[in-house]
Structure formats: C-alpha cells, structure tokens
Design a protein around this ligand. Structure first.
Ligand SMILES: [Zn+2]
Length: 303
C-alpha cells in the first residue's frame, strides 16, 4: 500500500494505491503558497486522511510502505531536496521527504511532478508497453519527463526533462525564467493569453479560447494553430534528441484544447524532424488526467 501526493500551486491531490492500482483519491485547493507552516500542516493532514482511509475503509490489505510526493519544480533527486520551485517558492531548498519521513516513520520519496506524470502514463496510461517515453505537461507552467525502460531519467542533478524551458527562438518571447523563446512562454497559461492578445487585442484564458474555437470562431482556431506550431517545434527537437517511441502531452491546457492544439502540433513536428523514420513518432494526449502526478508518486514504490 502506498500514498502518492502531488503538491501544485493550485491544488493538492492525493491517492492511495494498492498493487499498482488507485483505491482512493482526494483533492483540495492548496491553502497557502506563502506560509510554509500552513502548507506543511496541510500536507501532514492530507497524509493522515489517506492513512485513515486505508484503515477505516478496510482498504489496508497490506501495510503502508511508502509515501511519494510530487512537487512542481526541479528536485535534486539524489539528495532528495526541492531546488527552486517557480510557483510555490516557500518550498525552496526544503528537504520535504525527510520532514515527512520523520513525522510518519514511513519511507518517503520526493520527485518532480512532470517526471511523475510521465512515469504514471508509462505504467498505467497512454505509454503502456513502451520502452522510451517522453512526457510534456501544459499548465500554468510547462514541465516534462523522460522515462526509459520504466525508469525516470534524472541526469546528473535530477533536472533532466525540463522541456518547458527549451528555447525555440532565442530572440522570442520573454519567459518567466528570464530567458527568451522558451516553450513555456508560448504553451503555458500566460503564453496562451499572450497569443490570444495578438489575435483579439485582449488576453483570453485558455479555457475560453478553446470554447470559442469549438463554437467556430475562426480567429480562435487560428490562435490554437499558432500555439500548436510552437508545440510542434518543441516536439521536433525532442524527437531529434531522444527518438522516443511515444510523446505524451498532458496537463489541463492540452486536455481542454485537444485536437485544436494537437493537429497543428503534429503537422509542424513532422515538418521539422530530421530523420524520415522518426517522423512517424506517435504523439498522443495523456490518459490519466489530473491525478497523473499523484499516481506517479505512488508508483515510485512499484518495483
Ligand atoms: Zn523559460
């Protein structure tokens, strides 16, 4: 029995897993992004709730053997330390795994949320039975992960797979990280609002923009085409670099926009890939939706 928790800037999600399957899930808004004490207490309460569920609900078929925790931001996996999360800055340099492990006396592992989404999709979602999987998530920020032979690729300091800050134009749009032309500057929520401004002279939320496109608004369809082309340029770089069997696109924005985004992205990607055989690389939407990060956190123990 394992617990998986995903700490995002907007919501905290938790799952209870048994034999690689989700047996319970909960979700609540993140209470504080500015007060470490309040946030830690909320995380502790959350874990207690899931433990209670496992005991009370008669779900505890085996003892609780691990807690996996996903965070939105880079993690030094070897030293189990959160580095510099852009959205929940109070977690910076926090050894959150050790803190949780000390409190609950249960083995705890922390990991980047994009890595976890990719792991979850590889084992239970769109990447099942694939040996080389790259995931990219489009939300407030843009993250990702690389999973080879069911193992997360960390690189030397744990930060491999930060697809969101791959630059596709070094004279391009300014990104929140300080660099220019990063995928996040076009594909994150803020980036999509900027693109909508170019078409409508006002900033439109990604949700409203895909609703408008679905109702046939041609400018909105065009705007998604533009966003898709940026995604496609990034995907081509990913294919040229890793030649994966499959790329899985997840996150709230991809889920909402669906084919409005994916069709132009695939077209642009195929145009830009160098090798003919790799042009066939499949690109699909994620299957596990909003709990993917938490499920991936639970699967960290699924050996
Ligand atoms: Zn950036």
């Amino acid at each position: 029995m394992y617990i998986g928790i995903d700490i995002g800037g907007t919501n905290i999600k938790g799952v209870l897993m048994n034999n690689g399957k989700v047996v319970a899930k909960i979700q609540h808004p993140t209470q504080s992004k500015t007060n470490k004490k309040i946030l830690l207490e909320q995380i502790f309460k959350y874990i207690e709730k899931l433990i209670k569920k496992s005991v009370k609900g008669g779900l505890a078929r085996s003892p609780l053997a691990g807690i996996g925790v996903g965070v939105a931001g880079p993690v030094d996996f070897e030293n189990q330390k959160i580095l510099n999360p852009p959205n929940v800055v109070i977690l910076k340099n926090l050894e959150l795994g050790k803190i949780i492990e000390k409190k609950f006396k249960i083995k705890t592992i922390i990991e980047n949320d994009g890595h976890l989404m990719t792991l979850a999709e590889t084992i239970l979602g769109a990447g099942k039975n694939k040996n080389s999987v790259v995931g990219i998530t489009l939300g407030t920020g843009v993250g990702g992960g690389i999973v080879m032979n069911k193992k997360i690729i960390h690189g030397k300091t744990g930060t491999a797979g930060e697809m969101g800050h791959m630059s596709i134009d070094r004279y391009g749009r300014k990104c929140s990280c300080g660099s220019r032309g990063c995928l996040e500057a076009y594909l994150g929520e803020g980036g999509i609002r900027k693109t909508s401004y170019e078409f409508f002279n006002k900033r439109i939320r990604s949700y409203d923009l895909h609703q408008m496109a679905r109702k046939g608004n041609s400018k909105a369809i065009q705007a998604w085409k533009e966003v898709g082309k940026h995604l496609g340029a990034g995907l081509a770089n990913i294919v040229d670099m890793f030649n994966p069997e499959i790329i899985i696109v997840g996150g709230g924005i991809a889920r909402g926009a669906g084919e409005l985004l994916m069709n132009p992205a695939k077209k642009e990607m195929r145009k830009n890939i160098l090798s003919k055989s790799a042009k066939k690389t499949s690109v699909v939407l994620a299957k596990l939706n909003e709990y993917a990060g938490a499920i991936g956190a639970g699967l960290l123990f699924n050996k």
